[in-house]
Design a protein around this ligand. Sequence first.
Ligand SMILES: NC(=O)c1ccc[n+]([C@@H]2O[C@H](COP(=O)([O-])OP(=O)(O)OC[C@H]3O[C@@H](n4cnc5c(N)ncnc54)[C@H](O)[C@@H]3O)[C@@H](O)[C@H]2O)c1
Length: 256
Amino acid sequence: MSDLGGKVALVTGGGQGIGRSIALRLAQGGADLALFDRDGGSLEKTAAEVRALGRRAAAFLGDVADEAAVARAVAGAEGELGPLAILVNNAGICRVAPFLETNIEDLREQLRVNVEGVFLCCQRVVPLMVKRRQGCVITMASFAGKSGRPYFAAYSASKFAVIGLTQAIAAEVAPFGVRVNAICPGIVVSTGMRREIEEAHRRFGLADTGERAKAIPLGRTAEPEDVAGVAAFLASPAADYITGEAIAVTGGLWMD
Ligand SMILES: NC(=O)c1ccc[n+]([C@@H]2O[C@H](COP(=O)([O-])OP(=O)(O)OC[C@H]3O[C@@H](n4cnc5c(N)ncnc54)[C@H](O)[C@@H]3O)[C@@H](O)[C@H]2O)c1
């Protein structure tokens, strides 16, 4: 696949997990990568992996919900690599807890990173895309953003908000040739977040991944690469007529 040749993509949370996988997939497609993450070690590792694929990479350390850090990352990315054609709002956090034990601070922190982070990155990048009359924005929601799930009240609230934000921006900027879509993964293993979720499931005596996988029609959990493939498709010209969608990547666990 080389249909992203010459394009510059910014991937938030690109240090590990799904974000890393998306970054590598876009690089394989020919894109140069700006990576933005609050974890410096993993950030530099992914940047090195992108370079090993023969593409350019620039790494920006910071918090997606910090307006100044977002501004620095976007200006730095465009300065080092060129105009951004693709923005992947992937950084996110999840705290599993029964609703009655969910602290208001837990809710605020998940809204801050998962919603304010997407809002700020879009506010900084979308105007540049509108001015250039082209661009593709991808947000990382969840199937928990389509259906409320027990022990995920605050996280679900944040991911419903991500889908609303995605659709509203998509409708507004479509006339300017900018597409905005959400991806709603199901159970994606081999990521830091999934390890934390599993640990919380054990703590609360909930079913483990193996047990829950039995309910997945395609018969297996997802790897980060399953999500990366969909991101690469959405960023490619093959998806030129798709905007405002919230695409479930759940092996059939969620069907719209
Ligand atoms: N793993 C799953 O099963 C799953 C399912 C549905 C949706 N998702 C979503 O996919 C996205 C990626 O999840 P993952 O499983 O790869 O998680 P992960 O924890 O493995 O990776 C998240 C990355 O984002 C970075 N990050 C977190 N908060 C940040 C912040 N405030 N500023 C900058 N960087 C920050 C982390 O350092 C990390 O590199 C998240 O938005 C998550 O909600 C994951």
